[in-house]
Ligand binder design. Structure first.
Ligand code: MG
Length: 444
């Protein structure tokens, strides 16, 4: 469906004028019809959740249906750790709150929904809000007959430059994996030992012998990690050359002063950025970090509230803002974060792991294409199953991400395919559960 069909559905067939806003290539110019300037508005008929879990990762998408046949929008509301709570927030509250509202007024719907719970800025409600917000941008793009990045200002670059992940249990294995990734055309590689934060490397966990915690809990030797990362950088830089950009994620799991000392040791290897040195509770250490090293820092995948990024960004305490867009409420707030960053030279590096739905990756990429202060994007490859559920998802080529150029976010959701993979009965908490040798829980 394009804007001609929408107009037809509203009983509008002619409206000529000089602006040409409503003409398609080869058609006579049409000014924006008065009907779109106010009444009758296209209205929200239903807001509902779609869930799917084809690879053990719970994905949640919001579908906004309108009173125009076939005009629907999709947005990412994926918060896998509390999937059922997000579904309830969408189906029980957003649907009721949004029915009958004018789909054109995204900012107003965002602002009123944001305060509709009175208490706000939490991950569950922000994800539900993101699904709604992204779906409204998708609809606006379909109404305009344009990809969303056009509505955000048009392209600042031809495609979205991405980094990929190199992993291994030793510096040699990581270097080998990095070379494989560089062979695929990537110019940026994130290097990690033993997965996130060198989990389960080296020695054994005493808490397990003592029967403390759950048998499946992870053990992290923070000292081993802190010692190995500089060695990892030294080896990979030597093996892979000067040209490639190297990234690393601390994942917050060490003491702040230990993180600062380790980052200083990485200066000679010129990291592109070091990610998440501190947990959100330790934002207060950024000034100290900045005073001791010029290594670029990326931060923010755990942020939910403006109070977490406003002060550090305006103080230039980090260089890349790494927010998980559905965790702050969608494209509308993310664009404000990006614009804020432009004036403080903070570039975007939106969080883009497997627990972002393909709709969310598309939203990331549309913003990446448009904003001037784009930094880098986390790459993603979708399986055949995911491509069946989400036709039109972004795709990778030579280390760049491309979006489908169809109007809106360019991505569809096949609800029948999605329904084949319902949410699991039991949730896997394992990834967040990491302990020290004596069993003390470590905060990501
Ligand atoms: Mg991270």
């Amino acid at each position: 469906m394009d804007r001609r069909d929408i107009l037809k559905g509203m009983g509008i067939t002619t409206a000529t004028g000089a602006l040409g806003l409503w003409s398609l290539p080869g058609e006579a110019s049409q000014s924006r019809p008065a009907a779109f300037n106010g009444l009758p508005a296209v209205k929200i008929k239903k807001v509902k959740s779609i869930v799917t879990c084809p690879h053990g990762i719970e994905l949640i998408v919001v579908k906004v249906e309108t009173d125009q046949p076939d005009l629907v929008g999709y947005g990412c509301a994926t918060f896998r750790q509390r999937a059922h709570a997000v579904v309830a927030a969408i189906d029980e509250y957003l649907d009721d709150f949004c029915r009958g509202r004018n789909v054109e007024n995204i900012e107003d719907i965002w602002q009123t929904t944001y305060v509709s719970s009175y208490w706000r800025n939490g991950p569950v409600l922000n994800n539900a809000l993101s699904g709604l917000d992204q779906a409204l941008w998708d609809i606006k793009g379909k109404m305009a007959g344009m990809p969303v990045y056009q509505l955000l200002g048009g392209k600042s670059r031809f495609a979205v430059d991405c980094y990929s992940h190199a992993n291994g249990r030793s510096p040699e294995e990581v270097a080998e994996d990095a070379q494989r990734i560089m062979g695929e055309g990537y110019r940026h590689v994130r290097i990690q030992l033993g997965g996130y934060g060198a989990l389960n490397l080296a020695d054994k966990a005493d808490f397990k012998d003592a029967g403390f915690g759950r048998p499946e809990d992870n053990y992290m030797n923070q000292r081993t990690y802190l010692t190995m990362v500089p060695k990892l950088f030294e080896h990979v830089r030597k093996a892979c050359g000067e040209e490639v950009e190297l990234l690393h994620d601390i994942h917050e799991r060490v003491q702040p002063l230990d993180a600062i000392q380790m980052i200083r040791k990485l200066e000679d290897y010129r990291p592109f950025f070091i990610e998440d040195p501190f947990s959100p509770e330790n934002i207060g250490y950024f000034e100290l970090l900045r005073n001791h090293t010029t290594v670029p820092i990326a931060m923010g995948e755990l942020y939910n509230s403006p109070h977490e990024w406003l002060n550090p960004m305006s103080k230039r305490w980090f260089d890349f803002i790494r927010i998980h867009i559905s965790q702050i409420g969608g494209i509308t707030p993310a664009m404000k974060v990006a614009r804020l960053g432009e004036w403080f030279n903070v570039r975007t590096a939106w969080h883009g792991p497997g627990d972002v739905s393909p709709v969310g990756h598309a939203a990331n990429a549309h913003i990446d294409l448009a904003v001037w202060n784009f930094g880098i994007q986390e790459s993603v490859h979708f399986s055949d199953k995911l491509m069946e559920i989400f036709p039109g998802a972004p795709y990778m080529k030579n280390g760049y991400m491309y979006v489908n150029e169809a109007p809106g976010l360019g991505i569809d959701v096949d609800e029948k395919q999605a329904a084949k993979y319902p949410l699991p009965e039991k949730f896997d908490y394992n990834w967040t559960q990491v302990r020290q040798k004596d069993g003390t829980a470590i905060r990501p």
